[in-house]
Design a protein around this ligand. Structure first.
Ligand code: CA
Length: 234
């Protein structure tokens, strides 16, 4: 899992740099190093590391500045090293925005555990993103809702829906096969402060049926659940 992951170590104490480089390399990481803040920026821009271990007290440019600058340029997890506990609030604060920190002195085992955890967190984030992509489209037989483009296709041809019709359709389709009360639909689609009554829902359902039902007089897609509301069959 660590194979091929690149870690940039930024630290000016040469013995600590050596120890870190040795331990990380042994775990299978590719390691690059920098011993001052400006060089750290250059190396980060060139090497695109998967993670940065960043000391605060550095020559030329301190770790806070390095972190701030890199945050704006790239999305890389940053583990900061601090010698002072009174710096911790600043380290994890919004202004600097490190992902994690370690207080010196720390054990190498602790550092490796943090590095591993941070990389795993990033990987999980990315996996979640990948899963979201198919959800950009909802498909039901001849009907396709393209959420990214806010477009609804029926048998491949775009349908013209008013904004509220579209919102209603998306809400029903996302909650397919669930009975939804008129009040709930009203609240979620029109908002809790909307003045209109549940009749609004009925009117929009009727309009939607005209556009998406094969036979609007006998709806099979948006089904009426008597006394409650509607259910989208999907
Ligand atoms: Ca230092």
């Amino acid at each position: 899992m660590t194979v091929g992951k690149k870690v940039l170590v930024v630290e000016d104490e040469s013995t600590l740099v050596e120890t870190l480089e040795y331990s990380l390399t042994r775990q299978g990481y590719d390691v690059c190093t920098a011993t001052d803040g400006l060089t750290a920026l250059e190396v980060a821009r060139q090497e695109h590391p998967d993670l940065i271990v960043l000391d605060i007290m550095l020559p030329r440019l301190d770790g806070f500045e390095v972190c701030r600058i890199l945050r704006r340029e790239m999305n890389v997890p940053i583990l900061m090293l601090t010698a002072r506990t009174d710096e911790i609030d600043k380290v994890v604060g919004l202004e600097v925005g490190a992902d994690d920190y370690l207080t010196k002195p720390f054990s190498m085992r602790e550092l490796l555990a943090r590095v591993k955890a941070l990389l795993r967190r990033v990987r999980l984030d990315r996996e979640e993103l990948v899963e979201e992509v198919p959800a950009e489209r909802l498909t039901f037989r001849d009907l396709t809702i393209d959420l990214g483009r806010r477009e609804v296709l029926r048998e491949g041809k775009p349908l013209y829906l008013k904004p509220q019709e579209y919102e209603l359709l998306v809400f029903l389709a996302r909650n397919r096969n669930i009975v939804l009360s008129r009040d709930l639909i009203l609240e979620r689609v029109w908002g809790w402060d909307f003045g209109g009554g549940s009749r609004t829902v009925d009117v929009h359902v009727r309009w939607l049926r005209e556009k998406i039902e094969p036979d609007p007089a006998h709806p099979t897609r948006i089904v009426t659940v008597r006394g409650i509301g509607y259910r989208f069959e999907g």
